[in-house]
Design a protein around this ligand. Structure first.
Ligand SMILES: [Zn+2]
Length: 415
């Protein structure tokens, strides 16, 4: 194949470098410029090896692929980025740790970018990284060695600087400044933004029997979309339609840029207590209505951290800057009105949590001009709620309940 290359210089370069290396460089270059153009590689396994002096992470691969590594502080994480790959590692997308690794997650970070996030037990740095060729029944392996370092050394090497490639700017999520996008002009049609929580590298809560929130809520969100579209009365914009991670700020921006009349973020949390069950609905407030709501907001706001984004104190800044704006008051009232319509509908399908309408500083609800609520469909830690959420019929009933509340909300508005 390389003999037919039309570029003599490239051919000379190929002879000099060796065809395999050139192919690898070309693939890496194509990926940097246009996204993945070569066949999708597979990750066949991810293993940890704990040694006295290091923790070794081994990715079994169908072939070599370009990758980049960087580390993030608070909490300590190491992130491995690569082109979109197929995960042939079973159904899970998270694993338990060992040695310097407390746990890890993997999945799509962008449509063209897969990611592994390693949570560290202490500051550590990558001391070595190399490929092992396929041999003796073993696939190609990417080996990454982590060694402990002190915080000062970790901090000196942490962050995206110089490590990230073009196209990995994450839509400003890592820029650190609490800037709001420009206001948008609303369209004539009623626009609903349906936001399936989590996704990709962020699995969300995990149910009693090991199912991920990200998959359950995506299915419900799709069903809500179907109901809305079928009614012919709404334009629907989804923040995600596949198992991909979407940063929280981007979800807010999607709502604003769509000129949304309503933003509904769909979630299904889990608690330590298996007894508690029921749906609940949340709207934005600087001061949380109670401790549980504040804890839930902190958990949902950590999505970006889980996916390997450094956000610092940005969350608090954004919530604060929006809440001092008095123009927000009307949006807030509308959000509360929708929450109050949604609760009885959800209560008609399953149980409701006590104090089922609560307030807290949810980052995903911070579009200042879009009424926004976050709905927790139920608790994946409770057997009855899990059963409801794991059945297609149950998910459709919940989606229909959300649809009916949306219909009521806009029917009231028009009258
Ligand atoms: Zn969630």
């Amino acid at each position: 194949m390389l003999r037919n290359l039309p570029f003599p210089r490239l051919l000379r370069f190929t002879r000099f470098m060796g065809p395999r290396r050139v192919l690898f460089c070309l693939a890496a270059l194509c990926w940097l410029v246009t996204g993945p153009v070569f066949a999708q590689e597979q990750v066949l396994g991810l293993r940890l090896g704990v040694h006295p002096d290091k923790t070794r992470i081994v990715l079994d691969l169908s072939g070599e692929l370009p990758y980049s590594l960087f580390s993030l502080a608070d909490p300590y994480r190491v992130v491995i980025d690569m082109p979109a790959v197929e995960w042939a590692t079973g159904t899970g997308s998270a694993g338990a740790g060992g040695g310097l690794v407390a746990g890890y997650r993997f999945g799509l970070f962008r449509h063209d970018n897969s990611r592994v996030v390693l949570d560290l037990t202490q500051p550590a740095e990558v001391s070595k990284t190399f490929f092992l060729p396929a041999a003796a029944g073993k696939s190609v392996r990417l080996v990454i060695d982590l060694v402990p370092v002190d915080r000062a050394k970790f901090m000196a090497g942490a962050g995206f600087k110089g490590r990230m490639r073009v196209g990995d700017t994450m839509s400003g999520s890592s820029k650190g400044k609490a800037e709001l996008p420009p206001p948008v002009i609303r369209s004539e049609r009623i626009t609903i933004v349906v936001d399936a929580g989590h996704g990709g590298v962020d699995p969300g809560a995990i149910s009693r029997s090991g199912h991920y929130e990200k998959n359950i809520v995506l299915d419900v969100a799709r069903r809500v979309q179907r109901h809305l579209v079928q009614s012919g009365r709404y334009r629907v914009v989804m923040t995600r339609e596949t198992d991909v991670f979407v940063p929280l700020r981007e979800r807010v921006n999607i709502a604003r840029n769509a000129g949304a009349d309503l933003f509904v973020s769909v979630h299904a949390d889990s608690l330590r207590s298996a007894k508690v069950r029921g749906a609940s609905v949340y709207s934005l407030s600087e001061k949380a209505s109670d401790k549980e709501a504040a804890q839930l907001a902190a958990k949902e706001n950590s999505s970006d951290v889980i996916a390997g984004i450094s956000i610092g104190t940005e969350t608090d800044d954004i919530v604060r800057s929006i809440l001092i704006d008095l123009a927000q008051r009307e949006t807030k009232n509308k959000s509360v009105r929708f929450a109050k319509l949604l609760l009885p509908e959800l209560g008609g399908v399953g149980a409701l949590l006590r104090n089922s309408h609560r307030y807290a500083g949810f980052r995903v609800l911070t579009a200042p001009d879009v009424p926004s609520v976050l709905v927790e469909l139920g608790l994946l830690s409770n057997a009855a709620d899990e059963k409801l959420l794991m059945s297609a019929g149950g998910r459709d009933k919940l989606a229909a309940a959300i649809f009916r509340a949306i219909d009521q909300y806009f029917a009231d508005r028009q009258s």
